[in-house]
Design a binder for this molecule. Structure first.
Ligand SMILES: NC(=O)C1=CN([C@@H]2O[C@H](COP(=O)(O)OP(=O)(O)OC[C@H]3O[C@@H](n4cnc5c(N)ncnc54)[C@H](O)[C@@H]3O)[C@@H](O)[C@H]2O)C=CC1
Ligand SMILES: [Mg+2]
Length: 344
């Protein structure tokens, strides 16, 4: 039996060489999730992202730009020994993905170790993820988010909700199992709808009291059990600002690591321009306002560098957030319709 499985894997490997780079990488990751031996081999030659109490390690490059620090496993083993930890702790890492070149990537939580000693040895610093989104290059943000989300999910799913017994991770971290109940737990995301409402010439943005000063975003809300995306969107807008939306248009989706991993489903919608009076649910929102095209373009063109230090009067979420994508799309659409209007 074992022989035939091995044969199958070999066939898969040979086959994968004829696939495109993307398919080969996905098949490789699939194998690492299931095959502990292959996982251990990959870990030896891969790179690990470190998190200290869920804050990722960043490094400043010679050009002054901050990037996610990914450490070679062999270097990390040495660093661990220098800060008084067994090098085999590296085996606690979780599989994140692989680079375009097929180099496997992992994440490891080192929150029990001395933060400043680690920062010194790694020549980097641990930065709160929300702040890191303003510092690292955009393409690195999804990886930083996934690394944190996976670590948090494992930290908060150590026990079976049916038996109260400990759950045990598989080697790659793609699931946890309770051997007492037999239940397998997979990492979860909560579906959230996010919608940019327009009245044709203005768009509606809102802020919660907990947002950083001056930041306004698109309306959002968790889907209720049994709801469709459309139902959740209609309900959330009605609940939060007392408006009825129409013409829903899907824009895109995004994994968002907060508060406990959300799956953002983003749409545009319109309201009747004669019915734009907002009636804010003050329990949910501190404010909701209609913004003009000029206000929006100003906010998009001048994003704050460090909004926690010098918050502008009005600003929108950073470019990595899907709210920013919605706002950008709306501004592009407005620009186009203004051009067409002038041509008429
Ligand atoms: N990536 C992006 O561009 C954006 C992401 N978001 C994310 O969407 C999330 C949801 O948006 P909100 O307007 O705050 O949602 P919301 O309008 O549904 O209000 C949040 C409240 O819903 C309740 N709730 C229901 N189901 C919940 C669940 N599964 N997890 C946590 N709370 C739940 C809680 O009482 C919570 O206080 C935010 O936490 C934020 O992380 C929000 C805006 C932009
Ligand atoms: Mg909301």
């Amino acid at each position: 039996m074992l022989q035939s499985f091995k044969h199958l894997f070999t066939c898969n490997l040979v086959l994968s060489r004829s696939f495109s780079g993307y398919v080969s990488r996905m098949r490789y990751l699939m194998r690492l999730k299931e095959d502990d031996e292959a996982y251990r081999e990959a870990l030896k030659s891969g790179k690990v992202l470190l998190y200290h109490k869920l804050s990722p390690l960043l490094r400043k490059t010679s050009s002054g730009v901050y990037k996610l620090a990914s450490l070679k496993t062999s270097d990390l083993e040495q660093i661990l020994e220098k800060v008084g930890k067994d090098k085999h702790f590296v085996n606690e890492s979780f599989l994140l993905g692989c680079t375009d070149k097929g180099e496997p990537q992992f994440s490891l939580e080192v929150g029990d170790l001395d933060r400043s000693a680690l920062e010194k040895e790694c020549r980097g610093m641990f930065v709160d993820l929300r702040k890191a989104f303003f510092m690292i290059p955009g393409p690195e943000s999804p990886l930083a988010a996934k690394g944190q989300a996976l670590l948090r999910w494992h930290q908060t799913n150590c026990f079976c909700s049916a038996t109260g017994q400990p759950t045990v991770r598989n080697q790659s971290g793609s699931f946890r199992v309770c051997h007492s109940s037999g239940i397998t737990y997979y990492p979860k995301m909560a579906p959230v709808v996010i919608v940019l409402v327009s009245d044709g010439s203005r768009c509606l943005l809102a802020r919660q009291a907990m947002f950083p000063a001056g930041m306004y975003s698109a309306l959002s809300g968790f889907c209720d059990m049994g709801e469709s995306v459309e139902e959740a969107l209609h309900r959330e807008v009605a609940e939060e600002v007392g408006l009825e939306v129409e013409n829903l248009q899907y824009s895109g989706s995004q994994h968002w690591p907060f508060p406990q991993s959300s799956f953002m489903l983003a749409c545009h919608a319109t309201v009747n321009p004669d019915k734009t009076q907002v009636n804010i649910d003050k329990a949910e929102l501190e404010d909701a306002r209609w913004f003009t095209y000029e206000e929006i373009t100003e906010a998009l063109q001048n994003p704050p560098r460090d909004p926690r230090r010098e918050p502008p009067v009005f600003w929108v979420p950073p470019s990595y957030a899907i709210a920013n994508q919605l706002i950008q799309e709306w501004a592009n659409q407005q620009q186009l319709s203004r051009k067409l209007h002038r041509l008429k």
